[in-house]
Design a protein around this ligand. Sequence first.
Ligand code: GLP
Length: 245
Amino acid sequence: MELIKAKDYREMCKLAAEKMIKLVMEKPNAVLGLATGSTPLGTYGFLKQDYEQNGTSYQQVTTFNLDEYVGLDGSHPQSYRYFMNKNLFSGIDIQLDNTYVPSGQVENMEEECLNYESLLRTKGPIDLQLLGIGRNGHIGFNEPGTSFQTNTHVVELTESTREANKRFFDSIEEVPTHAITMGISSIMESNEILLLVSGESKAPIVRDLFEKEQTEEIPATVLKSHPNVTVIADEEALSLLTEKV
Ligand code: GLP
């Protein structure tokens, strides 16, 4: 894993956006893997700004999102489909038909998992997968203990994840209990992975990621065996590393 140290959140976002823009310019029909959460928000802001100022085009780009809450329709303000439309897709010239977010509201969730996985196979592989990390090391919604062999699947969210995400809802009861997520194996099939980490609250998991052995108890440690991973982390997130970088 290559580590790039950023001064702060803003610099992390700027570096990530520059990498994504470079890819789209070199490969106009790139397949991007996208993430939600507060971490990638600033990066999406820079992509929108670049589109307005420089006109980088996403007309031929395809995107795949990592995950979605089960039970929330795409029009629900806390759904990840809504998040993506609002925070990125509406601000660039991407064709919405080329943006894939797993659906959390179909009758047959098992079938949705298989469909998403087969879409990934026919339209993919993902050229660059953007990732955030949960405080417990989850990537997408692959919680600790998830097998590294998993494809897209439905998961029960841990209490700590529901607790961490309740800030977006009126109360903890409203936070969905399940989600659909690309599996760890699906994520690992991406050609390149870009993990963004910012802030003090992520410092303990960043230390674990770099200093502990690979284990399914810390899903993000799977990235140690991917050949092309870049981690962009800010100073606060790196503050607990034993060996200062
Ligand atoms: C959520 C998402 C993850 C995200 C993580 C971190 O649960 N499913 O994809 O990486 O939380 O979120 P944040 O960036 O807000 O810390």
